[in-house]
Design a protein around this ligand. Structure first.
Ligand code: IMP
Ligand code: MG
Length: 176
């Protein structure tokens, strides 16, 4: 087997992730029973989490994606822009945003404000990870996978300089 990820330490194994994602999916299924649910994945980091989560939720839901990028110079500015918008209107729909990680909260704050103007019936947040120590903008996370310390995690969709998204587990860079 190719050990190209030797520099990574396992932070959450794929079985730990699977167990937590299943619990979240079952809770979402119960909460949205009988409602028209739209899952909105934030590109790119949420794609694996969303793919696993949506297959647990046994409801006739629909899925859309939004691409967001934040302008970053020497300091993170917190200015976020849409790089790829939703393909469908969300007016009157029950929207659940699916994100990989909430760090400062600036990305989610921007998205919540933007999506609220489109008049969904409800708007909630599901995030796999949350780093409370780095949070600046308070965000209500309705469904949370794990609260984590201030470490830089990769894998299961999350990247470092575009790499490591395809790891089946969550890892930490050893020399990071
Ligand atoms: P926020 O606006 O600071 O909350 O930033 C959230 C975004 O920063 C996430 O969607 C990730 O793309 C990125 N990010 C924050 N922490 C990490 C990490 O530990 N690993 C990989 N990406 C991260
Ligand atoms: Mg992201």
């Amino acid at each position: 087997m190719n050990q190209w990820f030797d520099e990574i330490e396992v932070f959450k194994s794929s079985s730990t992730l699977k167990e937590r994602v299943e619990a979240l999916g079952e809770q979402i299924e119960r909460d949205y029973l009988g409602k028209e649910l739209v899952l909105i994945g934030i590109l790119k980091g949420s794609f694996i989490f969303l793919a696993d989560l949506c297959r647990i939720i046994d409801l006739p839901l629909s899925i859309d994606f939004i691409g967001l990028a934040s302008y970053e110079g020497t300091q993170s500015t917190g200015i976020v822009r849409i790089t790829s918008d939703l393909t469908q209107p969300i007016e009157g729909k029950h929207v659940l945003i699916v994100e990989d990680i909430i760090d400062t909260g600036q990305t989610m704050d921007f998205l919540l404000k933007n999506l609220r103007t489109r008049r969904p019936a409800s708007l909630k947040v599901c995030s796999l990870l949350f780093k409370p120590s780095r949070n600046i903008v308070p965000i209500t996370i309705d469904y949370l996978g794990f609260e984590i310390p201030d470490v830089f995690v990769v894998g299961y969709g999350l990247d470092f300089e575009g790499k490591y998204r395809n790891l089946s587990f969550l890892g930490v860079l050893k020399n990071g």
